[in-house]
Ligand binder design. Structure first.
Ligand code: SF4
Length: 436
């Protein structure tokens, strides 16, 4: 068992700190520990984790955008107890470098290649590399139905059909659309090139990231269209996946226990926390459908058409001491007021403060709590505000932007493209005047 360091310097509130299970991070509602998994769990194992979250924390769990479980509200006394009890469960915990694959890898009928062997080779090859940035991540994406294209990665390998075979495009930094293209490699070369790049980054120190090696490299011209993880995904005649998520990625342990118990009662054998704050349950198609119906009745997100799935909201106030606004209440208001604007083509970012934990990437619409009011930003939470709005006027402001896009949208145009065409100046002028 790894000893928990309770040295306050280790309890790091900086953005970019990685709250692993044995090195929890200080947040506004106590310590937060991350449980990162490499394989699926049985739903009863997830229910056990929920019980531990209630016993040792404040009973609130997060499912992060990258598909990690996070237990909130731990204390200096309870965090090591959680660490010990989770490790005693012998779960497939990830230690070391994050090498992530899509949640349907190996069973996805649409994937170009199964990325798991390549991911394992990279994980093994990188095991002795010391001194990487704490949040260093490698994505290995087999090009199937659920892609990891929008997750930031230091190094990304994406399967593509190439010269009658399969190649792996190696990209450095950013999302798939923004990363620099290093080259297209065979599987063995892809593993060794990735390990060499990780060694290069480690030699540059803990601040070095994949993007630092990307200058001058070409980019993909177009962004890939993501498919939502929420809803039913048929995989084979007798196997499907049910994508279900708590609103804004956060849930009471009792509610999640009830969902897991329902999955157990339906005979579902496996669940994986996954991208976009989702839980992917696996089982026969009829069990998946029944679990989705149960989740829907109990307030979970069960469809990519649910506007809440298009909102990235951090815990905000009161869960986080830095929060200037109640982000979840604001997110729920946005889902009600501008559901048609939230068509899945972009994430509305609702941030409690300028750190922007929920969505490090720029967004065409970011609402950020500040001491002066709610900043309306096109970009990242820390970027300059186009306008600062009194929180009591936010429903009106959201309604205005929604109406502007509804009026200006061209045939077949998605909200993200429309917002980009209108541009931040026109949007902020409309926001302040109320006139198109
Ligand atoms: S962005 Fe949200 S979660 Fe992150 S520090 Fe600010 S209020 Fe807290």
């Amino acid at each position: 068992m790894t000893a928990l360091s309770l040295d306050r310097t280790a309890l790091d509130m900086r953005r970019g700190a990685c709250p692993a299970l044995s090195a929890p991070m200080q947040t506004g509602d106590g310590l937060l520990a991350r449980i990162a998994l490499t394989e699926a769990l049985h739903p009863s194992q997830l229910a056990t984790l929920c019980r531990l979250a209630r016993r040792h924390g404040n009973g609130i769990l997060d499912i992060s955008a990258r598909g990690n479980l996070q237990v909130r509200g731990l204390t200096a006394l309870s965090a090591p107890q959680l660490d010990a009890e989770v490790r005693a469960l012998q779960l497939p915990l990830r230690d070391g470098l994050a090498v992530e694959v899509p949640p349907l890898s190996g069973i996805d009928p649409d994937e170009i290649a199964d990325p798991r062997a390549l991911a394992a080779a990279i994980r093994d090859g990188a095991a002795d590399i010391k001194g990487l940035a704490p949040k260093m991540s490698v994505v290995v994406d087999g090009g199937g139905r659920l892609r990891l294209s929008d997750l930031l990665a230091d190094i990304r390998l994406v399967a593509k059909r190439h010269g009658g075979g399969i190649g792996w495009t190696l990209l450095l930094g950013g999302t798939e659309a923004a990363g620099g293209i290093h080259g297209v490699l065979g599987e063995e070369e892809a593993a060794s090139a990735t390990i060499a790049l990780l060694r290069e980054l480690a030699s540059r120190g803990q601040k070095a990231r994949g993007r630092d090696l990307a200058s001058g490299l070409p980019r993909h011209a177009v962004a890939t269209q993501s498919i939502s993880p929420f809803g039913l995904h048929p995989l084979a005649p007798d196997l499907a996946a049910a994508g279900i998520g708590p609103a804004f990625g956060q849930i009471d342990a009792e509610q999640l226990t009830a969902l897991c118990e329902e999955a157990v009662a339906l005979g579902m054998p496996a669940v994986k926390p996954a991208l976009d704050h989702s839980l992917i349950f696996f089982g026969p198609p009829d069990a998946c459908e029944r679990l989705i119906a149960f989740a829907n009745l109990n307030g979970f997100v069960t469809s990519g058409n649910d506007p809440r799935s298009a909102i990235a909201a951090c815990p905000g106030r009161p869960a986080c001491a830095s929060g200037e606004v109640e982000t979840h209440a604001l997110g729920a208001l946005a889902a009600r007021e501008c559901g048609d604007l939230l068509d899945g083509s972009f994430k509305l970012h609702v941030s409690g403060c300028a750190k922007g934990c929920a969505h490090p990437q720029p967004s065409p619409l970011t609402l950020c709590g500040t001491p002066a009011g709610l900043a309306w930003i096109a970009g990242r939470a820390a970027d300059p505000a186009l306008a600062v709005i009194d929180p009591k006027d936010i429903a009106t402001a959201l309604g205005r932007v929604s109406a502007l896009v509804r009026t200006e949208r061209r045939d077949g145009e998605q909200s993200a493209a429309c917002l980009s065409r209108l541009g931040p100046d026109r949007i902020s002028a409309h926001l302040m005047s109320g006139q198109p």
